[in-house]
Write a protein that binds this ligand. Sequence first.
Ligand code: TRP
Ligand code: SF4
Length: 400
Amino acid sequence: MFTDRVLSGMRPTGSLHLGHYHGVLKNWVELQYKFDCLFFVADWHALTTHYDTPEIIEQSVWDMILDWLAAGVDPTQATFFIQSRVPAHAELHALLSMITPLSWLERIPSYRDQQKKLAGKDLGTYGFLGYPLLQSSDILIYRANLVPVGEDQTAHIEFTREIARRFNHIYGKEAGFKKKVELAIKKLGAKKSKIYERLRNCYQEQGSLEALVEAKALLDEQQNLSTKDLERLFGYLEGGGKATLCEPEAIFTEVSKMPGLDGQKMSKSYDNIIRLREDPDSVRVKIRTMQTDPARIRRSDPGDPAKCPVWQFHLVYSDEKIQDWVQQGCRSANIGCLECKQPVIEAVLVEQRSMHERARPYEDDPTLVRDIIADGCEKANKLAQETMQEVREVMGLNYS
Ligand code: TRP
Ligand code: SF4
């Protein structure tokens, strides 16, 4: 249970594009081989901002999952599921809302930022204010300790850690905790229980972080203790009570910045995207008609790649040799813009060819995707229920 688990979600609000591929999905593909990964469709999150256009959800959900598969996210490696089909996320959200100070939600930067950005929409809703807590529930319900997010979401992870800490603090003091801890320590065996007690004292009395790390490693190795006992021992080690919820960490990865066709961030609302499974002819047309350095009016005018969105594509797709060729050729007007775009077109098409291939069986037989999701939801529900049992218990809801 204390193995690394990764959780990440994506909102179904429209077609996925190359920005999602280079910014998120490529990373998921790498993570799925290293960790136990859960990837989910955040359909409730989509409703926090798109509550008045529910029709986009169904359209987007299945397309988005197809895009994940096209990108190489592999359902035999990772678990795929849909948030609204694991209703326990909502239960945990409701329970956590009891202990969430309003001020914590109000001070999250995305709250005001997004309201400003989406000024045309009334986001003065309860759901929108609470959406970071819904995200916390998504994470905490699986005891995921690693969450890959963009920089804009760091505050949400920090908030999630604070909620987990507050929860553990308030509900960590089960009846007879000390007794139960003593019993659990006995179960470690004579030798290991001595080591555990010594390391705990060393941490509690001298603040030795090495001792803490060592003691955690010792607990991580335990095979024959129940989850509950382990939680007690982890909690006791750090001076608290039982740690029901686990504080997650954000993971950031170097991702290439994928600009849109006009050099701004790639985004559907700017109408500057190349879809993940876009038709090859359409890709050719879009890149051929991309803006270039406005100074190159005639073929003989020299240009500056720094002022050209095509160069941004070369940074993502071309090797050093081609990049040198672009720099030289553009500045000296030795190459034309169409010529310069050709290697980019080729590279995008090659990248997309394998995506089309991976997606084809699923496009031909949509029941395959339905089955993947059904399996994933079943697994997710099971994991979620394990946490909820304990949450209900410590919150006094397990009465008959
Ligand atoms: N909030 C994220 C977004 O808007 C999506 C998301 C929802 C998420 N729950 C999550 C991401 C849990 C990581 C972990 O893009
Ligand atoms: Fe842009 Fe290439 Fe044309 Fe230079 S030659 S302006 S880098 S498209």
